[in-house]
Write a protein that binds this ligand. Structure first.
Ligand code: ACO
Length: 311
């Protein structure tokens, strides 16, 4: 790749032109997108597991219908994103194999267990809230297929966030046991939610280049700060306490200061040793094996149609 090509490409990016699948692009740009979109797709697919765990135990029919719809949305986001990644020359089979082999990354957050019904509220409120904060800017990502996929995904994520917050609000206004359950879920999900945004900017390997290419529009720390600023008043509104003794409004920066993140825990989880990593991959493998007949049937059906069309 010569300098002139890289410069022309950067000029297109700087002019806010969308890059489309058939356009020439630097190998690094392609690789970065395959990595990020692939990890994002896997996160949606693995993300179905912690909540799927509560579908049969949702407290009411209405709650069950909403949770079922939300988990299905996530499956849809995953498929959508695999398709976006496929426009870059990688196959879904390849990405799936990497996930099942434990080689692909997916968001750290989905390696924590869902212990009570309040966790379903906390996930919608915090995890989907963090996802929106991170994904709204991705609607303006320089790569066309990814940016367009994000528009619909963000609309659905915002419904997920509302349903989660509404669960938390209901519990927080309920009996003292219910309120305690909500507080306990917040205590367990708060720090892992902050970790979702990735390492500090100083330790973010891809951050600077991805910002130059306008794949990312804001840095990990900027988005994390915005999330804290938006979420603290929501916790106050429902009378729950953020589990951070260092949390304090900073008038000068017009944002909250917050305590240190446990990066050892983050990397432990990212490297496969979180509380639920093994279970998550095992569950995906089982689903993949048990779904083999569906793939075979779909292939047989497609072959028959093709033969009929050619006859
Ligand atoms: N969980 C697991 N791995 C992470 C996380 C996390 N929360 N945050 C960062 N990492 C990994 C990166 O993937 C990268 O690993 P790699 O080099 O092996 O690919 C490494 O840590 C260093 O991080 P960065 O250099 O900061 O990586 P990047 O610039 O890609 O930023 C981020 C990370 C913010 C997650 C970015 O990839 C992104 O915005 N992705 C799209 C959104 C997404 O995937 N969301 C998933 C959760 S939301 C949901 O599914 C409901």
């Amino acid at each position: 790749e010569d300098e002139a090509f890289l410069e022309r490409f950067q000029a297109r990016i700087d002019a806010e032109e969308k890059i489309e699948p058939t356009d020439d692009m630097p190998e690094g740009y392609r690789r970065t997108l395959i990595r990020q979109i692939g990890q994002h797709a896997h996160s949606e697919i693995v993300g179905m597991l912690p909540e799927g765990n509560w579908i049969t135990r949702a407290p009411t029919l209405k709650r069950k219908a909403a949770l079922l719809a939300k988990v299905q949305d996530e499956g849809g986001h995953g498929l959508y994103l695999y398709s976006a990644a496929e426009t870059l020359g990688v196959s879904r089979e390849q990405m799936t194999e990497e996930l099942l082999a434990g080689k692909a990354k997916y968001s750290s957050i989905f390696n924590y267990p869902t212990l009570t019904w309040a966790d379903i509220g906390a996930i919608g409120w915090l995890v989907d809230g963090a996802a929106i904060m991170n994904q709204i800017p991705l609607c303006r990502c320089s790569y066309g297929p990814y940016s367009r996929a994000m528009i619909r995904v963000c609309k659905e994520e915002s419904f997920h966030q509302r349903q989660g917050y509404e669960i938390m609000m209901t519990l927080a206004r309920g009996s003292s046991e219910q309120k305690e359950m909500a507080q306990d879920a917040l205590n367990r999900w708060w720090w892992p939610s902050l970790m979702m945004f990735g390492p500090h900017d100083t330790d973010s390997v891809h951050g600077d280049q991805s910002m130059r290419w306008k794949i990312k529009r804001f840095s990990n720390d900027e988005l994390r700060q915005r999330f804290v600023n938006a979420t603290v008043p929501q916790a106050e509104f429902i009378g729950l306490e953020i589990p951070d003794p260092d949390l304090k409004w900073n008038e000068e920066k017009q944002g909250y200061d917050f305590g240190p993140i446990d990066w050892d825990e983050f990397w432990r989880v990212v490297r496969g040793n979180g509380p639920m990593n093994r279970e998550r991959i095992a569950a995906r493998r089982k689903a993949h094996e048990e779904g083999a007949w569906v793939r075979e049937a779909a292939n047989a059906h497609a072959a028959k149609r093709k033969a009929r069309a050619e006859a």
